[in-house]
Every structure is written in C-alpha cells, then in structure tokens.
Design a protein around this ligand. Structure first.
Ligand SMILES: NC(=O)c1ccc[n+]([C@@H]2O[C@H](COP(=O)([O-])OP(=O)(O)OC[C@H]3O[C@@H](n4cnc5c(N)ncnc54)[C@H](O)[C@@H]3O)[C@@H](O)[C@H]2O)c1
Length: 428
C-alpha cells in the first residue's frame, strides 16, 4: 500500500491456469450461454496441432458452433484485419457471433481483439485507431496464449502494423481486454527456442518497465473515466516483482531446454503477472524506442525490446535506484555496495539477452549510425510512452540511451571483466 496511489486496475474477469485446462473450455462456454463463435489462429495450429479440431468437436457436442479463421500471421497488419473481417462476414452469411476465441501468440490474440471490434458492423479497423466510441459493439473475447511473453490475454490493446507507413498502431480500450484468459502451459511446450526467447524477454521487459514507470499519482489520465494505462501503484508492482523473480529463475532454462516443464509453467505465470502489472501501469522508454527499432529493422517485438532494455536500466540509476537494487538482488547480484550492484544490473541483463541469441547493441542489431537522430525522433513521437518515462528531460535521456545502446556503452563505471575473472567486484 502507498498512501499517494490512485489505483485503476483492470484485468480479465476469469483467469484459468493450469496444464490441460483447455479441455474445460467447451463446458464453460456452454455454461455461459455462448452458442456461435469464431476461433482466430494461424495455420501452424490447424496443420501441426490437434487442438483446433478437438476443440471444435467438443464445443459442437455442447451446442457451441465454431467457425475457424486460420489466416493469422506474425505482426498482423491493418490490411490483414480488414481482409479477415470481410472473409469471416462472408462465411457467416448473416449469422451473428456471440464470442471470439484467440489461440496463438500475441499476434493472433491482437488480430482477434481487432476483429472483436470490426466484425459486428463490418467496419475497417482504421475507424478505431484514435478512439472507440461508447456505442460501438465489442464481441467478448476468450484468449488462449500459446507463447509466454506478450500477456496480450490480459491487456487492453491490440497492436497492428500500418503498412502505409510501416509503423505499429495501437487500438486500445478496456472493452478489448479478454473476459476469459485460459492459460494452459501445454500450449507453449512446442515453442521453438527463438520464439521462447523473444517472448520471454518481452515478459521480462513488461515486468521491469512497469515496475519502474511513472507513479499513478503523477500519471496524466487526461480525465479518462476508464483509462487503459494509468501509472504504477503498489498493486501493479506486486505482480511486476513476482514476474521479474520468475523470469530470473526460468527464462534461460525455458530457452535452453524446451522440455523443462517447470520452467515453461514458470514463464507462463511470469508473462501473465507482467501483464497484470503493465496492463494497468503501462510502459515507457524500452517499448517507445523498440517500436522505432522495429520500424527500421522489422525484427521481432521481443528482440527489439531486448536490445534496448539494458540501456534504459542504466539510464534510470538515479531516479529508480531502490527498485533497480531490488531487481539486481533478484538476479543474484550480491555486491554489498548498493551503487555497484545497481551499476552491474545492465551488464547482467545484457549478458542474458546475448545468451538467448540477441545482439547486445543497436549497431550489431542492424541500425546504421545515420538513423540515430530519426530513431530518437520516432521514439519520442510515441508520446503516451515518452510521457510515462520517470525523468525530467525525456528528450535528452532518450537521445543518450540510443547513443549508448548503439555503441554498446553504459554510463556506469562497473567493469564486467572483473566479475568474469571471479575477482571481487569493484568500481573502477
Ligand atoms: N496487445 C498486447 O498487449 C501486446 C503486447 C506485446 C506484444 N504484442 C504483439 O505480439 C506480437 C508478438 O507475439 P509473440 O511473441 O507471442 O509471437 P507471435 O504471435 O508473433 O508468434 C511468432 C511465431 O511463433 C509461432 N508460435 C506461436 N506459438 C507457438 C507454439 N506454441 N508452438 C510453435 N510455434 C508457435 C507462431 O505461429 C508464429 O509463427 C507482436 O505483434 C507484438 O506487437 C501485443
């Protein structure tokens, strides 16, 4: 509890978590009175896994008819969403849906969220990018994540790529939060190492960024009666703390051995807890800069976050010293000198990023030096994220983070080679 907090917390009304829980879904949906649904997924799940056909049959046996759309793709575009809207409405032939199920990673969940808006009236998704008015009908969503990372099963946003200018646009409203998030860790067991790593780092970034973000008491909600994101508070920090602890324990294990079921389950909780934090507190510089990096490199969401994260930690050593020390301890950093422990954290996080096969600096990641000024401007243009970065001069801090990240340099004087040599850690 913190006296000054202004808590606005929003989450799915039902969380179902556990290995094999997917088998309960048909009975639950029958019990809730649903009769006609759409299942949104991608072709991997209709061709490589038995889950879709098994679900459709089991649901039919309980009086719930389900149309399957398996045209989902990684990083869905607004064009894909509009084409899917037309395709599904044609196949429905006038029948009305009463729910949508998303089965997949963040990409399929986000596409399904967008379809919850577009399908009832057949409108283009572009109509909802600025705001969603109160009269808009929004279909109820049931999210079944198959990666452990994005937490989209608990957040109010759908992120889509606008192909006209290659940027990501967010469609955001608490009515888009899935009403049911069913997290069956068995869905994630087939994730290849690359997907596991990118998603895992995404969860860690969500947890850390929301743990460090602007306080709810200082957050400008703009008078919104139902804000999606509204700054950190003691409740969101509770979830963030536990998520960071789980990532420290399980992220590398899940990447190194996909059959490590304890690590897989641990990362499912880490991802959900991170979403229960950032899904109300919000995010800031890592995602803001990562969106710009993705615009230039077109690399995965998780990897663009990963390359930026260590440098944002380095930049917050003064404003968020106590929180960074807590995180350092969770990552097993034991220096008794607190400043040393805090200074070491970015090095440890970067080593983890590199250990999962992601470059540790923006130059190696494919960003030319000539793009740094434009990258800084693009990152600052995502004002909802820039305004939540808890520093006085956001513009100059973004600029120094990006320059440091490009060169692979930290501001701190900690020397990692001493740690590697096993000697006592000393500031140099
Ligand atoms: N709405 C939100 O709150 C939010 C938050 C973070 C990220 N995102 C979005 O999520 C997307 C990234 O999602 P992601 O990291 O989950 O990856 P993804 O959904 O893009 O999937 C990546 C690939 O992994 C495959 N895959 C997924 N689950 C699998 C499994 N169990 N076994 C084998 N293959 C599997 C998919 O078929 C796909 O080819 C980005 O578009 C990002 O913008 C949204």
């Amino acid at each position: 509890m913190r006296v000054e907090d202004l808590v606005y917390f929003c989450a799915p009304s039902r969380l179902i978590i556990g290995a094999g829980t997917r088998a309960q879904l048909p009975e639950l949906l029958q019990h809730l009175g649903y009769r006609t649904g759409l299942l949104v997924t991608d072709i991997y799940f209709t061709t490589h896994m038995p889950w879709v056909s098994k679900y459709v049959e089991a649901a039919r046996a309980r009086g719930v008819e389900t149309l399957v759309y398996d045209g989902g793709m990684a990083d869905p575009t607004t064009t894909l969403c509009d084409a899917a809207t037309a395709d599904v409405r044609r196949r429905l032939g006038g029948r009305q849906l009463d729910h949508i199920i998303a089965l997949g990673g963040g990409s399929s969940i986000d596409l399904a969220k967008a379809l919850c808006l577009t399908l009832p009236a057949g409108r283009p998704i572009g109509d909802f990018v600025v705001a969603i008015d109160s009269a808009t009908a929004v279909l109820p969503l049931i999210a079944l994540p198959t990666t452990a990372g994005t937490g989209s099963e608990a957040t109010p946003g759908a992120i889509l790529v606008d192909p006209d200018n290659a940027t990501k646009v967010a469609v955001m409203d608490n009515r888009l939060r899935p009403g049911i998030a069913l997290i069956d860790p068995e869905f994630t067991y087939s994730c290849p190492p690359r997907v596991t790593a990118d998603a895992g780092i995404d969860a860690l970034t969500h947890a850390i960024e929301s743990f460090l973000t602007l306080d709810s008491a200082q957050f400008n909600r703009g008078g919104h009666p139902d804000p999606g994101y509204s700054g950190r508070n003691a409740l969101t920090m509770l979830f963030a703390r536990e998520s960071i602890r789980l990532c420290a324990r399980y992220l590398l294990r899940a990447y190194q051995d996909g059959k490590d079921t304890e690590a897989r389950v641990g990362m499912c909780y880490a991802s959900l807890y991170a979403a229960l934090s950032y899904g109300s507190a919000g995010l800031n510089a890592v995602h803001g800069i990562a969106y710009g990096v993705a615009g230039i490199t077109h690399k995965s969401h998780g990897s663009t976050n990963a390359v930026v994260l260590p440098y944002v930690l380095d930049a917050l050593q003064h404003e968020r010293a106590a929180e960074l020390l807590e995180i350092a301890r969770m990552f097993g950093i034991e220096e008794t000198d607190e400043a040393e422990a805090i200074a070491r954290l970015p090095h440890v996080i970067r080593a983890m990023v590199e250990a999962v096969g992601i470059p540790g600096d923006l130059a190696s990641f494919g960003i030319p030096e000539s793009q740094l000024v434009a990258l800084t401007a693009d990152a600052l243009a995502v004002t909802r994220l820039a305004e939540a970065f808890p520093v006085a001069d956001v513009s100059s801090r973004y600029s120094s983070i990006i320059r440091g990240a490009w060169r692979g340099e930290f501001s701190s004087s900690f020397c990692p080679s001493q740690a590697a040599a096993g000697g006592a850690l000393r500031a140099v």
